[in-house]
Every structure is written in structure tokens, then in C-alpha cells.
Design a binder for this molecule. Sequence first.
Ligand SMILES: [Fe+2]
Ligand SMILES: [Fe+2]
Length: 206
Amino acid sequence: METTQLKSIETYAKEQSTKLGLHSWPHVKRVLRLCKQISKLEKDHVNSDVLETAALLHDVAKHLEKENALDHGNIGADMAENFLNSIRFPKENTKSVCHAIRVHTHGEEPHSTEAKILHDADFLDKMGAVGIATVFIKACLANTTIEEIVRLWKEKPEKSFVGRHILWLKKPHFYTGSAKSLAKKRNKIAAAFFEQLEKEIKLKDF
Ligand SMILES: [Fe+2]
Ligand SMILES: [Fe+2]
């Protein structure tokens, strides 16, 4: 990919994702790094221009979802298509980028290796210590207490802003073997962490 195109994509992605809050752009960069790492470990051929562009643009519409309760995968794919056309990104790659963005929100099944890797990288960033930290960022944004988080962890979490993330921690879903094995390692911490949190709140650790 041309360096100027990559720079424009990064600038646009950062501009859009920052509208959601300071935590959003670092998430996009972690997802990009995870995508690169997974693609090294998977045996299938990966178009790195498609994968890296999809990773950078995958959450461009997330700030709109928060405001209007819309699916950010679908809107994000449309926004990415318009943007990529405006910088003359190769048409055949744009189509693949948009598919990966459209399906990363768990609505449709991914058909390409790049879409599967993006889905898994995004999901991996919801797991482990980063996942727990994100639960608390979301709790802050939704005015939710630590006690409520413990309740959501123990009971079947409802589909609230915070509850949905706890559901992901409890029921991870991956397509690639390398993401599955990394998630297994990362997610060991979650159960132990929430157990300890409950103990401390209820003074059961005396
Ligand atoms: Fe997303
Ligand atoms: Fe994401």
C-alpha cells in the first residue's frame, strides 16, 4: 500500500474513533497489532492491505451507534467505502475491507480469512486483563457501580452496555485457532478476578 494512503486511512480512523472517547483509538491500535500477529500464525494467505485497512477502520461508526443505537458494523462499512473511494483505494480491496467491517459486529458470518481475523482480534481485545479494564471504563460511562458489575458477573448478564461485555468475557466466540488458544490463556484471569472482587466487597476475605 502507498504510504500516503496508509497515512490518510490512519488519520481518518483516529479522527472518527476519538469521537467516542479517549479509550477508543488505543483499542483500534491493539486490534491492528493483534491482526498482524494472528495473520502470521494462521496458515491461510492473508491480504495484508485489506486486513490492516479493515482493522484501522473497523470502529469508525461506533460513536454513531452510541448516539443512535444503530449497528456500527453496517454503517462503518458504508463510511469506509465512501472514504476509501475518495482516496482511490483499489476497488477490489475496498469490497473485502467493507465485508470485514460489516461482519465484525457478530451479525453475519465472515466469509474471508481477513474478516475472520479482524473479528477475532477485536474479540480478543475484549478478553483478559484488557477486557476487565474495559468493563470498568464502560461501567464509568454508563454510571454503573462495582457492586452492579459483580451482580452482572454472577447472574446471567442482561444485554445492557456493561452486561454485554461481561457476556463476551463469559462466552467468547472465535473463528481462528490462534485466537482461540490466546483467549484461553488471557481469560483465565477473569473468573479469579471477579471472585476476589466479590470477596472484598462482601468482606469475605477476612
Ligand atoms: Fe466494533
Ligand atoms: Fe473494535
